[in-house]
Design a protein around this ligand. Sequence first.
Ligand code: NAD
Length: 390
Amino acid sequence: MPRHSRHRRREAMGVLGPHRHIPDLRRIKQKSCRAEIGQDVLQHFRSGFDKGKSTMKKTDVILVTGAGGFIGGNLVSALLSDGYENIRAVDIKPITEWYQRSSDVDNRSADLLDKSACYHVTEGVRYVFNLAADMGGMGFIETHKAECMLSVLINTHMLMAARDLEVKRYLFSSSACVYASDKQMAADVVALRESDAYPAMPEDGYGWEKLFSERMCRHFREDYGLETRIVRYHNVYGPYGTYDGGREKAPAAICRKVIAAKLSGDLEIEVWGDGEQTRSFMFIDDCLQGTRLLMESDFVEPLNLGSDQLVTINRLTEIVEDIAGIRVNRRYNLDAPKGVRGRNSDNTLIKEVFGWAPNISLEAGMEKTYRWIYDSLTSDIAAHRATSGM
Ligand code: NAD
């Protein structure tokens, strides 16, 4: 019998409360912001996260979807180096095209828009990190709204599979794009608290899909007892991610442009917008730490995971120039996709829940990112020269 019907029957018999793992949940059901979550409830969540003690056992089957991509690939590597023995990694891309892959992992290529594929890859799984989505930087999500929204099928089918196949915990990768656009109109923006997602007016296409999927996670938890976790990533950057082809985000795009300027000697680069729009950027190591903390914790509400080091795109460019050791001329393209004027992460809640927040500086993270992109680009150029006989 699928878990949801069994759960409902046992609930009707009085064996289970509707939220058997976290009895306080009903009390905070309507609450989603720091100011509204009481200290007693936070204490309860904290006690569920005992530092150094992992809920996930090294032998548990852990599914990472989107494992051929940036965050998923880095997560698989981190879990592997921490000794997890049964990792299943899935992506729609052919395995040869993944940024990272290991023969110690059960690697599978599957299209998770397809319901039967979701059930197939979830067989025997205890923990799901659902990181698969058809997405990219602003240049992609502003021009592919329908494609972004179709990712709702991935989360819908993965949730159904997780519910029916008795997955213990399911983490959904949401985004800061769920936040209402009228709260992000100024460059010196007030940082976004979790409660700022409502009243809802998210990023068109991509943001609506994420907000809808967040609510589906919540209702699967409330109605079927599936333990869901929802992380709202603010811009993540680092090695082993997209830096060209149209899906890249600002940090990787600026690295690529500055590297191209350095290698070619043509010192002019294009910057999207006037460069005074603001963002915060989180290095991948912080992203992985926060993601795993959330998965291990009993905290069930959507949680910001992002840096609160606010910078302009001009400042980000200067950081890359410093790393490269050159100065470039910036040609501002005011017609390019720019997204909201300003966005930052309010980290009050994550600090209260975990006593931790992302803290790797942009300067340190960009150094590592630049080096990786530089090496990838120069080895691509060398490989191209070798095969074309240049
Ligand atoms: P990514 O594009 O590098 O990885 C996503 C992966 O999902 C890709 O490898 C893609 O091939 C795969 N995928 C797409 N459609 C699929 C399908 N139908 N079946 C199976 N796999 C499919 O992106 P990322 O940066 O690693 O993002 C991971 C998650 O985090 C996504 O859900 C994304 O929306 C979310 N997120 C990322 C950021 C960020 O700054 N990177 C910010 C907010 C939210």
